[in-house]
Design a protein around this ligand. Structure first.
Ligand SMILES: *Cc1c(COP(=O)(O)O)cnc(C)c1O
Length: 344
């Protein structure tokens, strides 16, 4: 078999959830949008439900429908994008809770599904989703009369603890929700780590569950082992890969491993990346191609059967750094071709 193996440690996800819950000391939901940050929303949510999670968030109603099938009745599944045209059947059928983002969505919701649970999303400065103060003032009394289950907003800079935006958004959230007797939520992973002022009644971490920053204490969740297909000697002056991007300066040994940008190992990481072979770091050389990456194994006494890109020695954020991106993108890009092994 030459496909790489992606090990996904569901129990590590549950441990990370428990750790964030014990930091927050309030109800702790789990964000499983984008198919559980690429790791399988159904499996992740089932495992977290066993660990005690009762609230899950997805980005769009279609994800909620799939998640409901995996979870069954019981847990709350909330939808960040709210109630979009055409969503009523999904929201009703799968008993989803849309986070209403605008007056239009509110009207659509009460017309299509009167009495169906919903939450409210406010914009406190990120200018992405949710109602701005003026829109909220106009809708407030009407919306509150319909008994929203949650009122939430999202922080733009929570991964930068000293950023003044955090306090500014928190103050705005306070102003917009003062005197309300509805559960409130402001914090994702970053906000959970900002302290009790940010926790309100419910925190909704995503990336920290999956072992990513800003939750530096997270247990690693994914391990990616990539088989070596072939090893060759390369003489001084010979080149390796597309565009002759690497040239041997000394007699070298090059291993070709079985994964590439089609597997989410984005091409931009290029030859800044390294892998681990039995604990020893080995550099990627030349261009990342669609199905293959070349590695300089000259320093190794022998070539191993496989090498590790992600694991205890190298996190999704380390790999993200190679490519100038973030751990979130590495996780959600992990390809469909891997042999995925789930550990409970
Ligand atoms: C993605 C998202 C989260 C989770 O964010 P993390 O940084 O992954 O913890 C929480 N709330 C909203 C609105 C989101 O879009």
């Amino acid at each position: 078999m030459s496909t790489a193996t992606l090990h996904i440690d569901l129990e590590a996800i549950a441990t990370n959830w428990r750790s964030l819950a014990s930091i927050a000391q309030v109800e702790t939901a789990a964000v499983v949008k984008a198919n559980g940050y690429g790791l399988d929303a159904g499996r992740v949510a089932q495992h977290l439900a066993k660990a005690g999670a009762r609230q899950f968030f997805v980005a769009v109603a279609e994800e909620g429908v799939i998640l409901r099938r995996a979870l069954g009745a019981g847990p709350t599944i909330s939808v960040f994008s709210g109630h979009m045209a055409g969503d009523a059947e999904a929201i009703k059928g799968a008993n989803l809770t849309p986070m209403i983002n605008s007056v239009d969505q509110m009207l659509r919701h009460v017309e299509a599904l009167p009495g169906h649970p919903f939450g409210l999303q406010l914009d406190t400065g990120m200018n992405r989703l949710g109602m701005e103060p003026a829109e909220w003032s106009a809708l407030r009394d009407i919306a509150l009369a319909q008994n929203p289950t949650l009122i939430m907003s999202h922080l733009a800079c929570a991964d930068m603890p000293d950023h003044p935006m955090n306090e500014a958004q928190r103050t705005q959230f306070e102003n917009m929700t003062q005197g309300l007797d509805i559960p409130r939520s402001l914090a994702a992973t970053g906000g959970t780590l900002l302290g009790a002022d940010y926790h309100y009644d419910l925190v909704r971490p995503g990336v920290g569950l999956y072992g990513g920053l800003p939750f530096a204490e997270a247990r690693p969740v994914v391990t990616l082992d990539i088989p070596v297909i072939q090893t060759r000697d390369v003489a001084v002056g010979e080149t390796v890969g597309y565009a002759n991007a690497w040239r041997a300066q000394i007699p070298s040994k090059v291993a070709t491993i079985s994964a590439g940008y089609a597997d989410g190992l984005i091409r931009a990481m290029g030859d800044k990346a390294q892998l681990f072979a039995d604990g020893v770091a080995v550099p990627v050389i030349g261009r990342v191609s669609m199905d293959l990456i070349t590695v300089d194994v000259t320093a190794l006494p022998s070539t191993p059967a496989s090498m590790q890109l992600l694991g205890p020695e190298q996190t999704v954020d380390d790999v993200a750094d190679f490519a100038g991106t973030i751990g979130y993108e590495i996780l959600t890009s992990l390809g469909g071709r891997y042999n995925r092994v789930y550990h409970i």
